[in-house]
Design a protein. Structure first.
Length: 208
């Protein structure tokens, strides 16, 4: 009887030790995953600048090569769609997340001489240049990554964002000044066919 009880105790001890070991390994792996390093360096085509996302250095706009570079302006800038250089001024999308977890974009302009950053439009995203050279951006529409059609938090955010309340519109900007030279409403501005409708045409063609 005593021998059977002893074997059960040993078995329980082994199970406890195995469970503890498994838990320890799981926690360690999760902790290591949380500390995964991020380090991307994405050059902006046609310039000597790049956007860096890193867990080792500040995110932002850098000048120079991947090995030898200098931080110009700190921020979470985009490089995929909108990055346009006009003289000494660089137009960029700057991304941020609200307390509600809604991601939005502001169109900013960086003076490469003074290293100063200016927000031109809130809740706006630069999409590129049209065929005649004007900058084309979409204003007043939440980013598709937020899934605004089903995300209730987006509705709360829209109540406090005047630009979103006014509805989506496409803006054409003079790259030399950043001033709006033409605007038109487009509720489907972030949908398919944007390039054909706006980027592949001149401003005069769009006006017609």
């Amino acid at each position: 009887m005593g021998s059977s009880k002893g074997r059960v105790n040993v078995l329980l001890l082994i199970l406890l030790l195995f469970g503890g070991f498994t838990f320890f390994i799981t926690v360690c792996i999760s902790h290591m995953a949380d500390r995964t390093q991020v380090n991307t360096f994405s050059p902006i085509e046609g310039t000597d600048y790049a956007i860096r996302y890193s867990s080792l250095e500040p995110n932002g706009l850098y000048a120079g090569s991947e090995n030898v570079h200098t931080l110009v302006v700190e921020g979470n800038f985009g490089f995929d769609w909108g990055a346009a250089l006009e003289g000494d001024r660089l137009y960029l999308n700057e991304y941020s997340t609200t307390d509600l977890g809604v991601m939005h974009s502001d169109l900013v302009r960086v003076d490469l001489n003074t290293k100063e950053k200016e927000c031109l439009f809130s809740d706006a995203i630069l999409r590129g240049r049209c065929a005649s050279g004007e900058l084309v951006c979409v204003r007043g529409m939440l980013l598709p990554a937020n899934q605004p059609e089903t995300n209730v938090l987006c509705r709360f955010y829209a109540l406090t964002a005047p630009g979103v309340q006014d509805g989506a519109e496409v803006l054409f900007l003079d790259p030399a000044t950043g001033e709006v030279v033409y605007r038109l409403p487009d509720a489907n501005a972030m949908g398919k066919g944007f390039e054909a409708r706006y980027l592949q045409r001149t401003l005069e063609e769009v006006r017609k």
